[in-house]
Design a protein around this ligand. Structure first.
Ligand SMILES: [Zn+2]
Length: 241
């Protein structure tokens, strides 16, 4: 039994921080999965490709078709655009992408602003789970939890779990947390809240597998809980037939 990874970027990247070399193509990614015992992952475009989200969503969909057992595709949309809901529908119905990745800082939007109500209503209608980048400013968990409360059946995953995200787990049963870039202490606190709502994430290619796996391994939680984080919780959420 391998690892399931809830946070992986795939494809072209614009001029982000060039020393990170965030562009990663499908063959390289599959080789990396084989090397690191990653069985399955959620993959989505890089954040810094400007207006090219529809184009890169197409590329992700093609990669999912090539590796349907390995990849679950999420798309990206800029919610500020007039055609945002149209792209949501196209992503789900035409491309078969299962969910949505949003980065409120990169896309520069305040999730709880009424301007975006229509956007989130459509996401909920399409039953597309959302992985949010979480952190400061517009990506503050307290803003995102307002969306989770409004659409209480829609799974909302908070990336890079820290204190703020953990407290929202208590308020909303549809909030999950993801472990990329976190610390063992935050995993322990999340597990106290609900060990069934923690997903392993790597944020490849921005972070690397050995460090991201080590963070979970270092947490003072049972082996059974670690297996849930590395595998079981993901399978339950995304792979129920
Ligand atoms: Zn990421």
């Amino acid at each position: 039994m391998g690892i399931c990874d809830a946070h992986v970027h795939l494809g072209e990247s614009g001029p982000w921080q060039p020393y990170m070399r965030p562009t990663i193509y499908v063959n390289e990614l599959v080789q990396l999965f084989d090397k690191c015992n990653v069985e399955q992952a959620i993959v989505f475009p890089n954040p810094n490709v400007g207006d090219k989200y529809p184009e890169v969503n197409n590329c992700v969909a093609e990669s999912v078709k090539k590796h349907p057992k390995r990849f679950i595709g999420f798309g990206r949309v800029d919610p500020r655009r007039d055609d945002a809901t149209k792209e949501l529908v196209r992503m789900k119905n035409d491309l078969g992408l299962k969910g949505l990745k949003l980065h409120p800082i990169v896309e520069c939007f305040r999730p709880d602003h009424p301007f975006f109500n229509k956007f989130f209503q459509k996401t909920n209608e399409l039953d597309s789970p959302i992985l949010f980048h979480t952190g400061d400013g517009f990506s503050f968990p307290g803003l995102i939890s307002k969306i989770a409360k409004r659409y209480s059946k829609l799974p909302i995953i908070l990336g890079h779990v820290k204190e703020g995200a953990i407290s929202t787990m208590k308020e909303c049963e549809n909030i999950y947390v993801e472990t990329s870039g976190t610390l063992p202490d935050f995993i322990e606190l999340s597990a106290d809240m609900d060990e069934n709502r923690i997903l392993f994430g790597s944020d490849i290619p921005y972070y690397r597998y050995p460090t991201q796996i080590a963070i979970v391994e270092a947490a003072r939680i049972s082996q059974k809980t670690k297996r849930k984080i590395f595998y079981g919780n993901f399978r339950k959420l995304f792979c129920q037939e």
